[in-house]
Design a protein around this ligand. Structure first.
Ligand code: TRP
Length: 330
């Protein structure tokens, strides 16, 4: 059965391989099967960056990269949060039924408040309410997000159930996380530990030109090499092999695995091969990023189409919500 799916995309930072094998590949699958609403969360970005230097440029880059990966504006509704005025209105209405205690208890709020003690603004506090408005405005049932967003989603369910209870209706569904199960592939970083994107300099971006990819891969952390046959791998080396298993051919992977186990491996050779395979993998996406950068009219058309379609769904919900609360026409 086709479900209504909503997901927000952070509007800062270039996409990297980890994003591709995480959220993006799943978006590509979801858009084939469900009614999907994917949007760039530019309002949310103000909670941490209230005076952005290039809001439009950031949004544009994110849009380009998602399109380059294969998000299809004919199959899903792809839009910018700030184009849908119904979202902030629903946010205002939901704020009346969101309580200080529960908002203050939210882990992401506490974390961000610690990080920016001089800017603990009300938008930061009510971030989960805005996120709930994003989701409920389309009456979504599924939200493809990672573990770090689970608490926000639980708050969305609370706000939805509370709305239904307060106004004596069965209106909003209680959305749940879309579970990818085994399909989620975690991409390790190049700095020897953790996952890609966790720290600066350990990620390969989809917009990195070949020479940058070569440099980054050649600089990846390894160790001094195996000294006996079938020696267990150190974490940095295991990470490189994991990347190679995902990106390179089975033969290539097996060749370097064998040479590791026989202590004949030269990490420099392995990295050279891995870099070329990553470059080849990214090439179609990279080429499309360049191409889309030169098609401002197409981008304008995409973002306007998305805004239109998103507002159709959003205005229907908002009209019904206003009536439920009691804002009726004279
Ligand atoms: N909070 C999400 C994140 O940091 C982004 C987001 C905003 C979102 N609104 C959403 C995700 C609605 C899913 C649904 O990644």
């Amino acid at each position: 059965m086709s479900e209504i799916v909503v997901s927000g995309i952070r509007s800062t930072g270039n996409l990297h391989l980890g994003n591709y094998f995480g959220a993006i590949r799943n978006f590509l699958k979801l858009q084939e099967q469900h009614q999907c609403y994917f949007f760039i969360a530019d309002f949310h970005s103000l909670t941490t960056h209230p005076t952005p230097s290039d809001l439009l440029g950031n949004t544009r880059q994110v849009l380009i990269e998602y399109l380059a990966c294969g998000l299809d504006p004919e199959k899903c509704v792809l839009y910018r949060q700030s184009d849908v005025h119904e979202i902030p209105e629903l946010y205002l209405l939901l704020n009346m039924n969101a309580y200080l205690g529960e908002l203050e208890r939210c882990t992401t709020f506490k974390e961000k408040a610690r990080k920016q003690p001089n800017n603990i603004n009300a938008g930061l506090l009510t971030y989960p309410v805005l996120m709930a408005a994003d989701i409920l405005i389309h009456k979504a049932s599924k939200v493809p997000v990672g573990k770090d967003q689970e608490q926000h989603l639980e708050m969305t369910r609370n706000f939805a159930a509370r709305f239904n209870r307060m106004y004596g209706v069965d209106y909003f569904p209680e959305p749940v996380a879309y579970n990818f199960g085994k399909e989620l592939i975690k991409i390790p970083g190049l700095d020897g530990s953790g996952k890609m994107g966790k720290s600066e300099g350990n990620a390969i971006h989809l917009s990195d030109p070949p020479e940058v990819i070569r440099k980054k891969v050649m600089r990846a952390v390894t160790d001094s090499g195996p000294t006996q046959a079938n020696q267990p791998m150190s974490e940095p080396v295991a990470n490189l092999f994991m990347l190679m298993k995902i990106i390179s051919s089975t033969d290539t992977y097996q060749y370097f695995l064998d040479s590791y186990n026989q202590c004949t491996i030269r990490y420099g050779d392995m990295k050279k091969q891995l870099a070329e395979d990553i470059i080849a993998f990214i090439k179609p996406i990279y080429d499309r990023i360049i191409e889309l950068n030169n098609r401002p009219d197409y981008l304008k058309q995409v973002i306007e189409l998305g805004a239109d379609k998103a507002r159709q769904s959003a205005s229907k919900t908002l009209k019904e919500v206003r009536e439920i609360i009691g804002f009726k026409a004279f």
